[in-house]
Design a protein around this ligand. Structure first.
Ligand SMILES: Nc1nc2c(c(=O)[nH]1)N[C@H]1C(S)=C(S)[C@@H](COP(=O)(O)OP(=O)(O)OC[C@H]3O[C@@H](n4cnc5c(=O)[nH]c(N)nc54)[C@H](O)[C@@H]3O)O[C@H]1N2
Ligand SMILES: Nc1nc2c(c(=O)[nH]1)N[C@H]1C(S)=C(S)[C@@H](COP(=O)(O)OP(=O)(O)OC[C@H]3O[C@@H](n4cnc5c(=O)[nH]c(N)nc54)[C@H](O)[C@@H]3O)O[C@H]1N2
Ligand SMILES: [Mo]
Length: 766
């Protein structure tokens, strides 16, 4: 081994529980530690200053938008810095690395270790005889992909997965390639992420995206933050919450865990307050709902609102809005009246008084924003729950007025844009019609596989080639053992990646790793340096241009890789001039504009606007593209989420030192965990009830009614925590072995990563 991995150094942070407000000095110190722990630190720091600058590159972290106010443009966050720092590392995973390590040996290393080996430099092909990856030329790699794809007896035997960092340009070409090849098998990380939000919002308000813009946060009287941990996952959102709290707006949090970042926060840009202050209190109201109890809690709040209206008719509800713009109100109101308080309290874990208090905040506010993320989407009743968030908003006309609306906070920096570009296994007929018109071929209309469908198809042998455009399919998906076995059955696995990850270590009969440019790097093509575009969580589209020299001379852009694969797989390129696209991305944007003229007309000119342009949102204008042309209330009974005695509800969440399966380090500073990720957070009474003790090693066993199987994950340490009884938390992806692939959300088929029935036992033999 050439050099020690970064975990040899120690992060000098205080022990648990983290005593200072989230953000602030701790955030700066941790950022510095991360920068300094990687070689090439100087270049890293320089590149930081281009993050979120008008002529720089889009932060490859989360999808939170950038403020328009020029004085705030330089705002960056600790985790954006980490994302850039780790992309711009000076370490390299070159062919000599693969010569030293067999794939079998690499499979024994942690996600953290794999990530910390550095950037991939050359295309690699797996050699089964030696169990090693060996360098291969791009031409040979593309030829192999072309041959394997053409050998399939049906285009649906191929799967084209996308993670959410892929630019609009690459995503558009990728779906074009898949559909020209003949399949809608375009599973993506959305299937595991905000699919439930997309389903619920499309049905209820006719558009699957959030209705607010960043400016709305300056005008909201109350902001509800439900099932989301912005302190870690969307740190720049805390700035908006802080500004809102400072001007007296209410911030109402529903979260089983007491998340330090949602309690108090100090912005690293306020050094004075950072040193002397206590930080701004963020949440004015904090409700520790039971895991999976949000539908009950929302029902309780709606019940209070309707009771208040009954006591004071005409004063509470926005009756004119409900009459003119919605349907389904009476059915919904009947359901709410039927719900009894005992059930609501038992299922939400909150008292009637707490829910009244939350409802009072809602009723006193003229303008309300509701934000949510994975705490709502990765549940069996996720779609129904998000529709109840919409119900609550509709009661007082909180969609389509300034300072109010629905705000699903997206994950990956371009996950929303990828969907806009057609990365979806169930494409709309209109989109396919447009493709046909613009490119002159008949795209397939039958639906393709989503993520869970893709796992099943590989497992039963009906899918034979897997192509991953970014991401880490083996680690991010549920049911790790099953999924890995499924991937290994493929005739060919291809991963377009920047960094080494677990998925590369589960090769099919043939396997390729194709290294690509990161967003921070110059993308030079035949016509010169290229720009790409991305869409943030609030539908702002802007250009991004890398500035750093590429990590290796052999890297290709994602666009060039798609074009290389397409040329090799499609006879005569399928009549599409892929080489021209790869040479000049403006030509791709012209075709995007032709295909989606209502959104992207004049695309190449529009991206010159500083800060980008807004795609618009019909629901924001109170245009409802739903089945009935109205915004739709829905009714759903409070589900019984109780578990057999002894079982706990386990949610799998992110630590502060990871980006999904990319594990930067082994700490979770705000939650006070240091030096390990193998922990399980439990209520002290649940620890005692099992005869366990703090720090004791335990095993987790999941019990999924969907398949009747018990799955086990070993070697976790008990951390007593401020979490409701009956609830537990541990980190993803180490716990994905516990998630059954058959345990999926109704309507969206999102794996249920936040409600895994588990028992916790003292470690076997320990
Ligand atoms: N630094 C960093 N940033 C990221 C990511 C990252 O890994 N690291 N990932 C990106 C991606 S792809 C995404 S999707 C987002 C994810 O952003 P989040 O959704 O914030 O991520 P999670 O860690 O899954 O956190 C879920 C939160 O929901 C709470 N929760 C869990 N179950 C329930 C429930 O039943 N009810 C309620 N009310 N709350 C619940 C948990 O306690 C936790 O606070 O972040 C994006 N940004
Ligand atoms: N148990 C559990 N499972 C979950 C979740 C959970 O909360 N709990 N969350 C789910 C969610 S919300 C999501 S979004 C998924 C995430 O699933 P994915 O998007 O598949 O996974 P990531 O970990 O984000 O992917 C990381 C890899 O992307 C590659 N990469 C990084 N940057 C680039 C780039 O610019 N281009 C290319 N081509 N590759 C790049 C690197 O090789 C890196 O190893 O996981 C899901 N899985
Ligand atoms: Mo996500």
């Amino acid at each position: 081994m050439s050099e020690p991995t970064p975990d040899a150094a120690h992060d000098p942070v205080p022990p648990a529980p983290y005593p200072a407000p989230a953000g602030g000095l701790g955030a700066l110190r941790s950022t510095a530690v991360h920068v300094l722990k990687n070689r090439g630190a100087v270049r890293n720091v320089l590149s930081l200053f281009r993050v979120n600058q008008p002529d720089g590159f889009d932060c490859p972290g989360c999808a939170w938008p950038e403020p328009k106010d020029p004085s705030r443009v330089a705002e960056y966050c600790e985790n954006g810095v980490k994302a850039v720092t780790f992309e711009t590392t000076a370490k390299r995973v070159a062919p000599d690395f693969f010569a030293r390590h067999t794939v079998g040996w690499l499979r024994g290393q942690t996600h953290h270790w794999l990530e910390n080996q550095g950037r991939l430099t050359q295309p690699m092909r797996y050699n089964r005889a030696t169990d090693r990856y060996e360098a291969v030329s791009w031409d040979d790699a593309f030829a192999l992909i072309g041959r394997k794809l053409r050998e399939l007896d049906h285009p649906d035997r191929a799967l084209f997965y996308t993670s959410g960092r892929t630019s609009n340009e690459a995503a558009f070409l990728y779906q074009l390639f898949a559909r020209r090849f003949g399949t809608n098998n375009l599973p993506d990380c959305s299937n595991m992420c905000h699919e439930s939000s997309g389903c619920a919002l499309t049905e209820a308000i006719g558009v699957g995206k959030g209705t607010v813009t960043l400016e709305d946060f300056d005008h909201a009287d109350a902001i509800f933050v439900i099932g989301q941990n912005p302190g870690t996952n969307h740190p720049r959102m805390l700035t908006e919450l802080e500004r809102a709290a400072e001007r007296g707006a209410k911030v109402v949090t529903f979260n089983p865990l007491r998340e330090p970042g949602l309690v108090r926060f100090t912005h690293p840009k306020h050094p004075f307050r950072m040193v002397f202050g206590k930080g701004t209190a963020i949440s004015t109201h904090y409700y520790q709902v039971l895991i999976g109890g949000d539908l009950a809690a929302l029902t309780g709040m709606c019940k209070h609102v309707l009771e208040a209206e009954a006591a004071d008719p005409g004063k509470i509800l926005d009756r004119p809005f409900i009459a003119a713009h919605t349907d389904g109100f009476e059915t919904f109101a009947d359901e709410i009246r039927r719900a009894d308080w005992a059930t609501i309290e038992a299922q939400s874990g909150l008292t009637r008084d707490q829910l009244r208090e939350a409802a009072e905040v809602y009723m006193k506010a003229d303008r309300v924003i509701a934000c949510w993320a994975m705490g709502l989407t990765q549940h069996k009743h996720a779609v129904a729950t998000i529709r109840y968030v919409v119900n609550l908003l509709l009661l007082r006309g909180n969609i389509g007025k300034p300072g109010a609306g629905a705000c699903p906070v997206r994950g990956h920096s371009n996950v929303q844009g990828d969907r806009t570009m057609g990365i979806i296994e169930r494409p709309a007929a209109a989109f396919l019609g447009s493709l046909k018109q613009v490119f002159g071929f008949d795209p397939p209309h039958h639906h393709g596989h989503d993520v869970v469908g893709a796992i099943n198809a590989m497992a039963d042998g009906s899918a034979r080639v897997f192509v991953g455009m970014g991401g880490n399919f083996a680690a991010a998906t549920p049911d790790t053992e099953m999924t890995e076995a499924a991937l290994a059955r493929c005739a060919l696995t291809v991963h377009v990646s920047t960094k080494l990850n677990r998925s590369h270590l589960i090769p099919g009969a043939d396997a390729l790793i194709l290294p690509c440019l990161g967003r921070s790097e110059v993308d030079a093509q035949a016509t010169g340096p290229q720009r790409v575009t991305v869409e943030d969580s609030m539908s702002m589209v802007h250009a991004s241009a890398g500035k750093n020299p590429p990590a290796s001379a052999h890297l290709k852009s994602e666009v060039a890789i798609v074009c290389g694969m397409a040329k090799a797989a499609l006879p005569a390129g399928g009549g599409i001039d892929w080489a021209a696209f790869a040479a000049d991305y403006r030509l791709i944007r012209d075709k995007i504009a032709d295909t989606l003229p209502h959104l992207f007309a004049d695309f190449n000119r529009k991206i010159e606007t500083p800060g980008g342009f807004y795609l618009g949102n019909p629901a924001r204008d109170r245009t409802w593209n739903t089945a009935t042309g109205k915004a739709r209330f829905t009714a759903h009974p409070v589900p019984d989420m109780s578990l057999p005695p002894g079982q706990l509800r386990l949610m799998t969440i992110r630590s502060h030192d990871q980006f999904n399966t990319t594990v930067y380090d082994v700490h979770d500073r705000y939650r006070g965990v240091h030096g390990t990720r193998m922990v399980v957070f439990l209520h002290p009474a649940d620890v005692a009830a099992r005869g366990l003790a703090e720090g004791q090693e335990v095993d987790l066993h999941s019990h999924t009614p969907e398949d009747g199987l018990t799955r086990t994950a070993r070697g976790f340490r008990v951390v007593p925590y401020d979490i409701p009884r009956g609830c537990a938390a541990a980190y993803f992806p180490e716990t994905n072995v516990l998630v059954s692939k058959d345990s999926i959300a109704r309507g969206s088929r999102t794996p249920v990563s936040k409600f895994i029935p588990v028992t916790v036992t003292a470690a076997a033999g320990g």
